[in-house]
Design a protein around this ligand. Structure first.
Ligand code: LP5
Ligand code: MN
Length: 257
């Protein structure tokens, strides 16, 4: 199990799903990035930063929305520790992107050693073990051989495949129960036991919240990070977590201005 020692104030945000389809979300995220650079000793983005990431080479000729997002990430990466983690949409993010924005690639799962204690952090998709179809897809796309083959295609070819995969996913999800797409209790219990911690944070499910339960006689606390959507969701939503010596706290973004 990877460990990451992060003293001080840590900010976390996941499931931004940045892309050309999300200008309002991106605008709010850019403001968030500036605030994080001002306030946080470290900013962790544990997955699904982008709605679909088809390979780092896209940054060499970035479309305007991506150039703007990269500039914001780079400005924050120059002022505070920036960690980017893999989600089920951006598992292809690599070192070229990390170097370009002054970020480090976050292991998943990882135990954060914070001023509040040890906290297990993951994107969370690996805990959705009831979703056999997704876990099969995950096994395929996380295989380095598959990734090398995919990345050897042209950007237009990869864009077409990503679009097809998005379409398949949207229609597959319509046929799935909400429970299947949530984390599995046994998978969560095993993750707590493997890490030997009592506190876990993850994203992915788009079901923000805090769950406290006794698992095998021990108190376990599981936080789910908010997803961001200021373009299509009603009401618009977005939020982040702060971890400091007082523990985790979640804040909603200010939608007033
Ligand atoms: O992503 P979301 O929220 O819709 O649902 C996820 C799970 N689905 C996925 C699939 C991604 O959305 C696919 C897009 C990734 C783009 C980036 C890289 C490009 C890779 C291209 C790959 C060919 O993560 C969904 C879960 C849900 O979360 C809740 O946890 O249920 O899982 C599924 O829907 C599994 C499906 O059965 C398989 C989905 C994609 C299959 C694609 C096969 C190849 C298509 C192209 C062939 C020409
Ligand atoms: Mn996700």
């Amino acid at each position: 199990m990877s460990k990451l020692v992060l003293p001080g104030t840590i900010w976390l945000a996941s499931d931004l799903h940045l892309g050309p389809q999300a200008p309002a979300t991106q605008e709010a995220f850019l403001a968030f990035l500036q605030a994080a650079a001002d306030e946080a000793d470290a900013l962790i983005l544990p997955g699904d930063i982008f709605d679909a990431w088809i390979g780092d080479d896209v940054i060499r000729a970035a479309p305007p929305w991506l150039a703007q997002a990269l500039a914001g990430l780079k400005a924050t990466g120059a002022r505070t520790q920036l960690w980017i983690g893999h989600g089920n949409r951006d598992f292809l993010m690599g070192q070229e992107l990390a170097d370009a924005i002054g970020a480090r690639l976050l292991p998943d799962p990882v135990t954060l050693v914070t001023d509040f204690g040890e906290i297990l952090l993951s994107h969370g998709d690996a805990y959705c073990t009831d979703d056999a179809a997704y876990q099969q897809f995950r096994g395929m796309v996380r295989d380095p051989r598959w990734q090398n083959e995919f990345l050897s295609k042209t950007i237009p070819e990869r864009l077409a495949l990503a679009q097809a995969a998005r379409g398949e996913s949207v229609s597959a999800n319509q046929a799935k129960s909400a429970e299947i797409m949530d984390v599995n209790a046994q998978a969560v219990a095993q993750a707590f036991a493997d890490a030997g911690v009592g506190l876990m944070v993850h994203g992915h499910t788009h079901r923000p919240g805090r769950h406290v339960e006794m698992i095998e006689g021990r108190r376990r606390e599981r936080w789910v990070l908010p997803d961001w959507d200021l373009d299509h969701a009603q009401p618009p939503r977005g939020g982040w977590m702060v971890i400091d010596r007082d523990g985790p706290q979640v804040f909603d973004i200010d939608l007033e201005d």
